[in-house]
Design a protein around this ligand. Structure first.
Ligand code: IPM
Ligand code: MG
Length: 368
């Protein structure tokens, strides 16, 4: 961000419940601006199925350009079943997200799974297993099978087809995400689990080798545990508190973070940050923040979606992109207090009467 300029925040609401949840996060941001606690210019653009419908492209070039300029992006969600049927495969809504990750080189995806005290009983696991849970999944986000080539259809000599995805990782791609995870481990409990399938996959073998090398070379004070990804999934639901940081590749990170999300009571609670490399000189770093949950088409437009994961993603933005720990904590405390007061959207309600997305937004702003 240019020093005399206001930081530019780009809101990409997207599809399904995206607009409803981003609206609530925007209100929180505007409350800070109005109170004089923060300055920023906020702009909006469309991505995903809505952008495809209106402009024929899930990530129009002008939106990509805006995203590259922004100091931070907050994204709601993309995708809906109708587009699976209507949009050509290369124009499906998810392409917007994947292209943003690739074009902005957002390689480091941080997905904290924290169990709020008030939600201990909302988890499908026994309360004692999730009480106090606080783990962080560090997912590689810009490489691996999500982007590997060759990809797609191949014609066989007999005229039949087979389809291919390619899992590939270069040393540099593993090193940079490993370093991010170890740096974070240093600031936390200094314990890191690296999840791979070294027993089966060549890339898994290489992943493990590089992680071990980085550990030995730069981070030997952190306790490193290698764990097979399938075992990691099982351990997450067996005894989640054994983990602090889980470092893993793009595909396993996708799966494991959904598992971790449920430990906290609802997928509606999980925030994330996707970060690029910080430019040493300017200090600039591409950053996109989004809830881990999807577009929830089944409840879209009803005003009942849980906006907390998006609001907590905004907190991550304030902390990481703008170094406003004070504001980030205020948001997180407001969320905790609202939950303690028994305010629940339908997804996290146990015996409480569910409130609307807007009422939850009101409650958070009131707490601020
Ligand atoms: C996620 C999502 C995305 C992914 C989809 C929407 C492309 O599931 O961010 O976890 O698979 O990465
Ligand atoms: Mg996912």
């Amino acid at each position: 961000m240019a020093s005399d300029d206001k930081p530019a925040i780009l809101l990409l609401a997207g599809d399904g419940i995206g607009p409803e949840i981003v609206t609530q996060a925007r209100r929180v941001l505007e409350a800070f601006i109005k109170q004089g606690d923060f300055v920023a210019t906020i702009s909006d653009a469309q991505v995903g199925g809505v952008a495809w419908l209106e402009e024929g492209d899930p990530l129009p070039e002008h939106v990509l350009a805006q995203a590259k300029e922004a100091d931070a992006i907050l994204l709601g969600a993309v995708g809906a079943p109708r587009f699976d049927l209507e949009a050509p495969r290369d124009k499906r809504p998810e392409v917007a997200l994947l292209r943003l990750r690739k074009e902005l080189d957002l390689f480091a995806n941080l997905r904290p799974a924290k169990c709020f005290k008030a939600l201990v009983d909302a988890s499908s696991l026994k309360p004692e297993l999730v009480q106090g849970l606080d783990l962080l999944i560090v997912r590689e986000l810009s490489a691996g099978v999500y982007f590997g080539k060759p990809r797609g259809e191949e014609k066989m000599p007999d005229g039949s087809s087979r389809w291919v995805d390619t899992q590939a990782y270069s040393e540099a791609e593993i090193v940079r995400i490993t370093d991010v995870a170890f740096e974070l481990a240093r600031q936390r409990r200094a314990v890191l689990h690296s999840a791979d399938k070294a027993n089966v996959m060549e890339t898994g073998y290489f992943w493990r080798k590089i992680v071990s090398e980085r550990h030995k070379k730069k981070f030997s004070e952190v306790t490193l545990n290698h764990i097979l990804a399938d075992n990691c999934a099982m351990q997450l639901v067996r005894e989640p508190k054994q983990f602090d940081i889980i470092l893993t590749d793009n595909l396993f990170g996708d799966l494991l973070s959904d598992v971790a999300a449920m430990l906290t009571g609802s997928l509606g609670m999980l925030a994330s940050a996707s970060l690029g490399t910080r430019d040493e000189k300017s200090g600039r770093q591409n950053a996109l923040y989004e809830p881990v949950h999807g577009s929830a088409p089944d409840i879209a437009g009803k005003g009942i979606a849980n906006p907390l994961a998006t609001i907590l993603s905004l907190a991550m933005m304030l902390r990481i992109s703008f170094e406003r720990e004070d504001l980030a904590s205020r948001v997180e405390n407001a969320v905790e207090t609202a939950l303690m007061r028994g305010l629940r959207t339908a997804d996290i309600a146990i015996s409480e009467k569910p409130i609307s997305s807007e009422a939850m937004g009101d409650a958070i702003i009131a707490e601020l």
